[in-house]
Design a protein around this ligand. Structure first.
Ligand code: AFD
Ligand code: MN
Ligand code: MN
Length: 401
């Protein structure tokens, strides 16, 4: 374990550059396909989500944007300008816009890949509306996760689906403003059981390229098979100039949406290492959207969100203390043990003092999680929202001890 103090400026630099977008859906009640377990303190409406996100941003100092889900966060009669100013009143900006092509009954056999042109048109129109919504709330990013797929071999023609999808996506690219980017997210399986139309990074890369210059790939860290080398995918996308951003979470088996690095912190460290190594070697720091995509079924939602943000800050700080020139020299000499040892030394270095010092420097609490627990915010919202749930007749799973 080497003494970390000499890395203070490098750690401060990476922490200054790291802003992490919060997911509106991460504050609301959620569950699994087997059931939903409510929490009295969970957000009930969009105002609650803004309030919780603003609380997390105040405590962590690096979460100024809130990702929104079009069907869940924008009510029909609400003007987008209202949403934008509501966010501003909470010290936030609207972040990525997430269209929803996976709940409407008409999308049972797919949306943008559907054999029926009429249904594809509905899906395209929803995405165009979402793109326009993004323009109305000054959001720069549209992120699309496509649940399309099939459940059995032979159910549909895989190449025909690819062709339909490409055509729809190219139409969407034409509706982007010059400010907007379109991030195409892949996922190997779920909810479809036989094939998913956008199943891996290669498919997203191919279709993002076919879409046009404002489309890139979105890497959700939970969307890979058990043994996949995610940092290698990140290195390739960086080198291709096609890494749009991340949905941060962790997983043990499937797309479990667990808090970041709760299962494998070394993997997230290696992802940050690849990003910083690219910046060191090329002198380029690409615009990367760091976004959280998590559902906290059991953990208290606000605590889990703060935990994820603090963990991301700690791991990027560890990656910042890698000496890339020294590593290049060890690599040139095929000193395999030396290379690995240098990476491990950085990973095992205690950077908590440097991260804490950075927080104090920013005028925020040295320990945002403790600050949250001592703030009394949870007790207030729990009482208020329990009351509202009863009035609204929303079933809840009881509060946290
Ligand atoms: C689910 C999907 C995907 C998507 C997220 C938000 O697996 O990750 O980005 O919901 O819509 O986690
Ligand atoms: Mn995701
Ligand atoms: Mn997911």
């Amino acid at each position: 374990m080497n003494d970390a103090s000499k890395y203070a400026s490098r750690v401060a630099a990476v922490l200054n550059d790291l802003t992490i977008e919060l997911p509106s859906w991460g504050f609301a009640d959620t569950g699994t396909r087997f059931g939903k377990f409510g929490q009295d303190s969970a957000a009930i409406d969009f105002t609650d989500k803004l309030s919780d996100a603003s609380h997390v941003n105040r405590l962590t100092g690096c979460c100024p944007k809130l990702a929104v889900h079009v069907l869940w966060d924008f009510s029909a009669n609400q003007q987008p300008a209202e949403v934008k100013s509501q966010a501003e009143q909470h010290g936030l900006r609207i972040g990525s816009i997430n269209p929803n092509l996976f709940q409407d009954q008409q999308y049972k056999y797919g949306s943008l890949c559907h054999p029926d042109a009429k249904i594809r048109e509905h899906a395209v129109q929803h995405c165009i509306d979402s793109i326009k919504l993004g323009q109305a709330v000054d959001s720069r990013v549209v992120t699309l996760w496509l649940a399309d797929g099939s459940n059995y071999p032979g159910q549909d023609n895989l190449r025909a689906r690819k062709g339909r999808l490409q055509e729809c996506l190219q139409t969407l690219h034409g509706h982007l403003s010059s400010e907007q980017s379109f991030l195409l997210e892949y996922k190997p399986f779920e909810p479809a059981f036989y094939h998913t139309d956008l199943a891996d990074w290669g498919m997203s890369l191919a279709l993002a390229r076919a879409m046009g210059p404002q489309a890139k790939v979105l890497v959700d860290t939970g969307h890979h098979y058990q043994s996949q080398n995610i940092e290698q995918i990140v290195a390739w996308l960086l080198d291709e100039g096609m890494l749009g951003g991340f949905h941060f979470n962790d997983r043990r088996y499937a797309d479990d949406d667990l808090t970041l690095a709760s299962i494998d912190p070394y993997q997230i460290f290696r992802i940050f290492y690849e990003i910083l190594s690219y910046a060191h070697d090329t002198g380029r720091t690409p615009t990367i959207e760091y976004m959280i995509d998590q559902s906290h079924n059991l953990k208290p939602k606000i605590e889990a969100m703060i935990q994820t943000v603090m963990t991301a800050q700690e791991l990027v700080a560890k990656a910042a203390i890698v000496d890339f020139d020294l590593l290049a020299d060890l690599q040139a000499r095929q000193d395999i043990v030396g290379c690995e040892r240098h990476l491990k030394q950085a990973f095992f270095t205690d950077v908590s003092g440097l991260v804490t010092a950075w927080r104090v420097e920013q005028g925020i609490s040295p320990d945002p999680l403790t600050a949250h627990r001592e703030s009394g915010y949870l007790e207030v919202i729990e009482k208020e929202r329990r009351q509202r749930r009863q009035e609204l007749g929303i079933v809840t799973g009881g509060s946290y001890a």
